[in-house]
Ligand binder design. Structure first.
Ligand code: ARG
Ligand code: GLU
Length: 738
């Protein structure tokens, strides 16, 4: 009996959430999280965080451009986000003379702030549970397709019946694998101007070597401003627009954090899959990640080699290399983390408890008894198609630039002719493409990756044209690449661009008949006609199964709290400032300092150079009010908050609702939190807001921006003298200790 109880308690503790896990809907904080958050030190109520009736924290949070998060930090619409989120905008304003990426940019006053066509930020006005309305009539649906069409109709009807404010939009999104639906009323602003950005040597310090890594020393931030019309409403860009007055903005704390302090991250996480069965996670670890990692390792070897040899190539390929390396490094960390934390065993343990409970209740047994077997069967069935899909996407879709170009031009090739608009867009696209294109590098990537493709992908899914070219080359992929790259017009950018501009009809014909185009289109068409169809068929079944499984989990484990997977909607996650042990014998501290920037300093290096002004400030300890109580300037810190891509730019908020940091990354060992969060090694990385203020004020001299903010010191008088019970200033406490 004792043993059984023990096993049960152990199981439950394995399954229960750890402080830190979860991306919660702001709407349900009161029911699900408030008590726990307060027990962890939070001094706010759920209403302070999310309220429809009064200004709350949520009114300071924006979805930035649809891919990152930002937060309002002044009553004049000043928005803080990451340097890597504003990178495209900073780049677009940069020229050789005014290279803002290289040197940074600081608008001397509001008149000098730079507009960014196409950039927008979205506020959430309110969130409502519309599950009943959206799922009405789906109970008896014959199959998944019929169910979806009822849902689509219900969504249309719900949207039409909404009474929206003049500047409001509405989004309805599935949650819990389509078992629930929530409606988001939003307000989108389109006049967003660039206010300030540090040089890349601060904003991107450590670049790819440090990406996903701790200890970290990156000042990954940029400042923008929201402009509104004179009634404070959204408007297209106009000189007459004025800075937006928000319903709420975040005060900025100068007091920083200590280990175990409460932290909360508010933002728009993109995508997680926390409720997959063990069979799916096993496939990721054993089959899919290794294939994708192998492909990118091969591509990166070639690109890295070329970048080392030639400074010009280094510039041209820096951002492409970063894009390839970002996911590559994340997958490696993800696979290792899943293995190290025993994710599969945990999933299997949960599944066996699930089965035990299901089998004990006839009603459940009938509904859910075969779920896990069905999963097992379908994951086995989908395996070759899922793998082929990754090979196709990674090789024919992504990492060979020539194949990307073919895909981009496939619409043009279908056109009868080009009107002026299309001609301009194509020429533009091509000019951008060729600016940073080196066919001699891409040719090597092509040879290396196509060899993988033809060896790994079933010949039935490959076009005859492509197979013939491979035969012609005697299955020598270097020769194949040589033939294609020497014949294709796509390796002669100037010629192609001139043709598009001067003789567009001929350009269409030339593209269509081009050897690289035919090779690439052939690969795509053959793939989409065969393997992808099978993949979609099985995957549709899997999605339906996953929906039932999610529903079953919630029913069978009623003692559990469930949070929905990330889907680019607004979420709150909370945890504590925490270090971690990445491997045996190593413990990471949760805070880094400016001293560490100087430790990493490599003069002239493209990743680790440090601007002279920053070195001087450090040498003179000219830190203003931004040093901590030990006299050092903190740079980054770690927390156990559960974040993912899309949380970049999210505010880190203290127990009182003040801004303490800016989220921008996770630690490599913990990137498996997208599939299975584990409190022992999953950490998010934030820039300390004091480093941001230090750079804005002391480095850039943009003191007017700091003056616009509301600086607070919530900790200074919060230490209580145990004898007298009267708060005494922290400085005095320190004096006594010394
Ligand atoms: N790893 C972070 C993310 O996933 C930062 C990426 C940008 N920085 C870089 N060095 N590539 O978005
Ligand atoms: N860098 C990521 C982003 O751009 C955040 C890091 C993560 O994936 O957690 O959203």
């Amino acid at each position: 009996m004792r043993i059984i109880t023990f096993v049960f308690v152990f199981l439950i503790s394995q399954m229960s959430l750890h402080a830190g896990e979860g991306m919660w809907l702001p709407l349900f904080l009161k029911q699900l999280n408030e008590a726990e958050m307060q027990s962890m030190g939070m001094k706010l109520t759920a209403e302070d965080i999310y309220s429809v009736n009064k200004g709350s924290l949520k009114d300071a949070i924006v979805h930035f451009g649809g891919f990152c998060t930002g937060e309002v930090i002044s009553n004049q619409g000043l928005v803080l986000t990451n340097h890597h989120c504003g990178y495209g905008q900073i780049q677009s304003h940069s020229t050789l003379e005014n290279n803002y990426l290289e040197d940074g940019f600081w608008a001397a006053d509001k008149g000098k702030e730079l507009s960014n066509p196409g950039l927008f930020v979205t506020f959430i006005v309110r969130i409502e549970d519309v599950s009943d309305a959206i799922l009405k009539g789906t109970e008896g649906a014959a199959n998944a397709k019929a169910r979806q069409s009822i849902i689509d109709k219900n969504i249309d009807a719900a949207k039409k019946s909404m009474e929206l404010g003049k500047f409001e939009d509405v989004l309805i999104r599935p949650f819990f694998e389509g078992n629930q639906y929530f409606m988001f009323t939003t307000q989108t602003f389109k006049d967003i101007r660039l206010v300030g950005a540090p040089p890349s040597s601060i904003g991107k310090f450590g670049a790819d070597t440090d990406n996903w890594e701790w200890p970290r020393h990156t000042g990954d931030f940029a400042l923008f401003r929201i402009y509104a019309n004179k009634d404070n409403n959204p408007a297209e860009y106009s000189e007459d627009n004025i800075p937006y007055t928000p319903r709420h903005f975040l005060p900025v704390s100068l007091d920083g954090v200590a280990e175990d302090d409460f932290t909360m991250v508010f933002g728009f996480p993109g995508r997680t899959r926390e409720y997959l069965p063990s069979f799916a996670v096993e496939q990721v670890v054993d089959v899919l990640n290794p294939a994708k990692i192998d492909i990118r390792t091969k591509a990166l070897e070639i690109i890295d080699g070329a970048m080392r040899e030639d400074a010009q190539v280094k510039i041209q390929y820096a951002s492409k290399q970063a894009r390839i390396a970002n996911a590559w490094k994340k997958w490696i960390g993800e696979s290792q983390g899943l293995q190290k934390t025993g994710a599969l065993e945990k999933k299997r343990m949960l599944e066996s408890e699930f089965l035990k409970r299901v089998n004990a209740k006839p009603e459940w047994k009938q509904k859910y008894g075969s779920l896990l077997n069905d999963f097992e069967r379908l994951y086995k069935e989908v395996r070759p198609y899922a793998l082929t899909r990754d090979y196709f996407n990674e090789i024919a879709g992504r990492n060979i630039e020539l194949m990307r170009l073919v895909n981009a031009l496939s619409r043009v090739a279908k056109a009868d002719s080009m009107d002026e608009g299309l001609q301009g867009r194509v020429a533009n696209y091509l000019e951008n493409f060729y600016k940073d294109y080196r066919p001699e590098i891409d040719k090597k990537v092509f040879a290396s990756l196509m060899e993988v493709y033809f060896n790994k992908v079933d010949g039935n899914y490959i076009s005859d044209y492509a197979k013939e070219r491979v035969e012609d080359a005697g299955k020598n992929y270097t020769d194949l690449a040589e033939k294609i790259y020497s014949k294709s017009i796509f390796t002669r950018g100037d010629e192609l661009i001139t043709m598009v501009k001067k003789d567009p009809d001929n350009a269409i014909k030339t593209i269509r008949e081009d050897i690289a185009f035919q090779f690439g289109r052939g690969l795509s068409e053959a793939y989409y006609d065969s393997s992808e169809k099978e993949y979609t068929r099985i995957n549709d079944e899997l999605k339906e199964l996953q929906r039932t499984y999610m529903k079953a989990l919630m029913e069978v484990f009623p003692e559990q709290r469930f949070y929905p997977d990330a889907n680019s909607t607004m979420r709150v996650t909370y945890g504590q400032v925490k270090g971690y042990e990445p491997r045996d014998g190593v413990r990471y501290q949760p805070v880094t300092y400016l001293d560490g920037v100087l430790e990493k300093y490599k003069p002239g290096d493209y990743e680790f150079d440090v601007p002279i002004k920053l070195r001087k400030l450090h040498a003179g300890k000219d830190y203003g009010q931004y040093a901590d109580e030990t006299g050092k300037v903190p740079v980054c810190f770690l927390g156990s908050n559960h974040t993912t891509g899309g949380n970049s730019g999210s505010p880190a908020i203290d127990a009182h609702g003040n801004l303490i940091g800016l989220n921008f990354d996770r630690v490599w060992e913990g990137t498996m939190s997208d599939l299975n969060y584990d409190a022992s090694i999953c950490r998010n990385i934030m820039v300390d807001v004091r480093y941001i203020l230090f750079i804005v004020d002391k480095y850039a001299g943009a003191t007017h921006l700091v003056e616009e903010m509301k600086l607070v010191r919530p900790k200074r008088f919060s230490k209580v003298n145990p004898k007298k019970g009267i708060p005494i200033p922290k400085e005095k406490l320190k004096l006594k200790k010394n």
